[in-house]
Design a binder for this molecule. Structure first.
Ligand code: ZN
Length: 276
């Protein structure tokens, strides 16, 4: 009888121990991620602007202890602690690994839906081309690993105030609004302008991007101060790009071409890279 009780006690003890072990293992692995890209930066805080503490290689297991602004606080190799960009942990490859990979960029295709924007001489609306251009920029930025969020990805009405609000919400490192200019008289103006509202980071960002946009086949009208809501009411570095006059026949020929749109995308990516 006593032997039976002892045996029973032993079995219960073993079962309890096994369950505890299972739960512990589950907790351990559910909060664990593995680095799949060749090298991942570890920073002192949740953002690209925090100092670099080191790097971890492909195959390293990271224990996740906290999350903030889409960054993960991790323990690597049971000793090294720091922060990594969560979206890079999910990636298996990155085309060209730059600091840009650790950034969150909000792209804002101007207008949309009921708000058509300016009209070309061939009755085509600005809203269509701002979306095409922003999507090409998004594609190139994503290929470099960046986390890209668009204020709209379809032809839908999007309020002005919601655009900078989104940039703040996702803790973006930069906000870029895409527009096309229009002059009072058709075919009377031509060129590309980069606008900023806030001095400092925004102006620096506008300058870096505009330096690259000089490679475009349209005249460059420079970096200018512009009082636009989406860059004025913005808490992150913000610029507004006018990449040609939609009611200029020569400009519009470029605006609607894939080649020109891809050139803008490449210039914006290089400009952002230089800025960071
Ligand atoms: Zn516009």
């Amino acid at each position: 009888m006593t032997n039976l009780i002892k045996k029973r006690g032993l079995i219960i003890a073993i079962i309890v121990t096994l369950f505890t072990l299972l739960i512990l293992l589950n907790v351990y692995f559910s909060n664990s991620v593995t680095v799949k890209i060749s090298q991942l930066n570890v920073r002192s805080g949740p953002g690209v602007n925090y100092s670099l503490k080191g790097t971890v290689k492909r195959g390293t297991h990271l224990q996740v202890t906290a999350k903030k602004n889409n960054w993960l606080k991790v323990v690597a190799n049971h000793k090294q602690t720091g922060w990594v960009a969560s979206w890079l942990v999910d990636k298996t490859t990155i085309g060209h690994h730059s600091k840009l990979a650790e950034t969150t960029i909000v792209l804002d295709p101007g207008h949309g839906g009921d708000d058509t924007g300016a009209l070309s001489n061939t009755q085509k609306y600005e809203k269509k081309y701002t979306l095409q251009i922003a999507k090409r920029v998004a594609q190139q930025l994503r290929s470099q690993g960046a986390r890209v969020i668009l204020t709209r990805s379809t032809d839908k009405t999007t309020s002005l105030v919601s655009r900078p609000a989104l940039a703040e919400k996702v803790h973006a490192d930069a906000f870029i609004s895409f527009h096309l200019d229009s002059s009072d008289v058709a075919n009377s103006a031509s060129g590309v302008t980069s606008y900023y509202y806030h001095d400092g980071a925004s102006k620096r960002l506008a300058t870096n991007i505009n330096n690259q946009l000089r490679s475009l086949p349209l005249p460059n009208r420079g970096v200018q101060f512009g009082d636009f809501l989406v860059i004025r009411n913005n808490t992150v570095p913000a610029v507004l790009l006018e990449t040609g006059y939609i009611n200029s026949n020569s400009n519009f020929k470029r605006i609607k071409s894939i080649k020109y749109q891809n050139q803008i995308a490449q210039d914006v990516v290089t400009g952002l890279n230089n800025y960071f």
